[in-house]
Design a protein around this ligand. Sequence first.
Ligand code: PXP
Length: 249
Amino acid sequence: MASLGVNIDHIANVRQARQTVEPDPVPLALLAELGGADGITVHLREDRRHIQVRDLELLKATVKTRLNLEMAATKEMINTALRVVPDMVTIVPEKREEITTEGGLDVASNEKALKDIVEQMQGIGIPVSLFIDPIAQQIEAASRTKAAWIEIHTGHYAEASWVQKPHELAKIIEGTTKARTLGLRVNAGHGLTYQNVEPIAAITGMEELNIGHTIIARSIAVGLKEAVQEMKNLIQNPRKETLFGITQS
Ligand code: PXP
């Protein structure tokens, strides 16, 4: 059964829209935990458009579950992670002009640099996850870096039409199986919603889903704790009729 990492970046987005102090993602992370979040995820971007260093430091002191730091593979971020020591680091590609993370890391072309970062982080006990597309070449490269985890990018699945979704889902299932065969642990995320999450949650061997925008959006209507509870329930009890008829052992 997959667990739920709640990405709270969009709470900070609302705060930064007015460059003020509210809403504060730090105390609200507790509400997400009370709703059943198994972990809290934040992306500290180079341009600081939402999460700030202050948020990361306070979350490190207050999160009771697990704190997952999404970050680019830059010197500044590596030093921040080594200083704050989150429970996990997820390395993502980052472009200044993008609205959100647009694709997976090209691990295959940057294997040596990523391997060095993994060694540095895991050497002091911070497990590293690499955010990648479900492509065999990238999964094999991720395994060679010795990262403990990958996070499979579900953006293409999320954006695909309902006709194309089973095809994208099959790629994620295949990628998960391959990664686990190579000894990697597997998370997934990006673009998951209350409407499309169940088939991903039902994948055999899928450990954690990182979900942000849809939960924060729903929380405006029903409250954060309730929005997290609803998502957790879907993840833990994916309905058979939503799984496109795909069965797994
Ligand atoms: N996983 C990763 C690596 C991400 O970059 C993001 C977006 O910050 C998410 C998960 C969550 O995506 P969403 O907000 O679309 O749920």
